[in-house]
Each structure stands twice: as structure tokens, then as C-alpha cells.
Design a protein around this ligand. Sequence first.
Ligand SMILES: Nc1ncnc2c1ncn2[C@@H]1O[C@H](COP(=O)(O)OP(=O)(O)O)[C@@H](O)[C@H]1O
Ligand SMILES: [Mg+2]
Length: 269
Amino acid sequence: MTTKPQLKVVDGKAADTPAAIDVSDFNVWCCDAHILNNVSAQFPARGITCIVGPSGSGKSTLIRSINRINDEVPGFIHKGAIRFDGRDIFTDYKDLTTLRTEIGMVFQKPCVFPKSIAENVLFGLRAGRKLSTADRLMIVEENLRAVSLWKEVSKRLDESATSLSGGQQQRLCIARTLAVKPKILLLDEPTASVDPVSGRAIEELLLELKKDYTILLVTHDLAQCRRIADHIVFMCDGEMIEQGSRQAMLEAPVHEKTARYLNNSFCDC
Ligand SMILES: Nc1ncnc2c1ncn2[C@@H]1O[C@H](COP(=O)(O)OP(=O)(O)O)[C@@H](O)[C@H]1O
Ligand SMILES: [Mg+2]
């Protein structure tokens, strides 16, 4: 039998720091497998929350649920609530495009489209085709600057995005996500398939972006989590074991499992 995870108040400020995303008693099943088991977690507005845990613990399933990507996967069933600024993401949105405009997602493998660099940035903009050339260029520049890619690509905006390096492609994917002006950024191991230098550039970028965005970052890289997390959510075997501020989780975790995982990357659940 599983016990409900004990929640810790984030830095003692939970009451006056409204959660941007509030997951409560959330369950996911797929093909008879119980993938997420009564997960409750609060993701505070602004700042970086790192979701960590062993492989297969349900981290990707959790953030894919927040973007409702699992709705499209045959056999997936969910129960429980996910609220975004008080709205239920399953019942209070007329369409998925609106939800995904507000909650953007970046995946582990950079997925640029076989189009130009500029077209990739503009891809998600519903009104993109109606904009003047000057406005389109302004949006492209603004978002490429936001991911520190402008200087590298400003002279080759019409070249194919596939000609960029892996690290540049991942930053382009983040620029494409930012261009639709989301409030939440979901990132599933965005540095796992890029070189270490690009990985550090993306970390620096997230530290800048966290001033304006609520960032949920799945990472298996505990050193990265220590470097950039404001909050940490620890998951194991489909359950949320513990959550709290980086300091509380690293220095005084309540659960032995959390201490073992965060200190030694080991978990026996
Ligand atoms: N599309 C799917 N079909 C069946 N099982 C899945 C699917 N996606 C994930 N799972 C299972 O759900 C569990 C959690 O997976 P995942 O969320 O990807 O974990 P993590 O991201 O922590 O590595 C794993 O046991 C995985 O095999
Ligand atoms: Mg994963």
C-alpha cells in the first residue's frame, strides 16, 4: 500500500505565493500500468522547478500531462486535477491550441522543422501570415535574442534550421516556444542531447527566463538541478515523494529516499 506523500511548504511562503500549476491527486494509467499514482505537486509562479527522479519514475508523463499531450496517446487514461492559475486544464479550455499557447513545451531532442530559421521562430504564431515583413523580422529578432542566438544566425535567417548544430537547434526550439508568449515553459531534459557547452548556455538562458516565466524542468542531471533549481520535486515509481525549495530538499529532506537520491543518485523504490 502506498502512503500519500508528505508535502512541504516551499520556503514557508506557500500561502502568499500562488501556485501557477497545481496538480492534485493526479493518476495516469496506460494499458493496465498505473504510471502516475495520486501525484500532488505545486509549481510556484516564476522560477525554475526541477523534476528529478530515476528513469521511469513518471517525470515525462507528468509534464506531458500538463500540456495534455497524453490525451492524444491511445490507451492513456487520467483521473485527478491539474489547475493552471486556478483553471482546470481538462475542462476550462475550449481547445488545446489555446492551452498550448499558454503552456509551451520543449522536448529532449531538438525538433526543428525543415524550414528556414526565421520560419521556425514564427511557426506557432496563429497570426503570423498576416503580419508585415517588418513585424515578422522584429519577432524573429526579439526571440532569437532572447535565446542568445541572434548574433550567431542573424545573417542566415533564410537558411534551413537543420543546418544548425544540436545546441543551436535546441535554442531555436526554445525561441519558437517563446514566440507565442506562453506563461509556462515545460522542458523535458532539454540539455540531454546537446554538447556540454550548449547545455551550459541553455542553463544560463533558463536563469534569465525564470524572471518572466514559470519553468518546469525535467532533468536527470543532479548537478544541473543543484545549479539552477529554485524548487525541486522528487518522483519515484510514479509517486511524488517530496517537494520543496532547493535548499530544503538538498540540506534537510524529510524522506530518506530523497536524501539518498539527491546525494547518491540512488533509489530503491
Ligand atoms: N506511451 C506509453 N505506453 C506505455 N507505457 C508508457 C508510455 N509512456 C511511458 N510509459 C511508462 O510509464 C512509466 C513512466 O515513464 P516516463 O514518464 O517516461 O518516466 P521518466 O520520464 O521518469 O523516465 C515507465 O514505466 C514507462 O515505461
Ligand atoms: Mg523522461
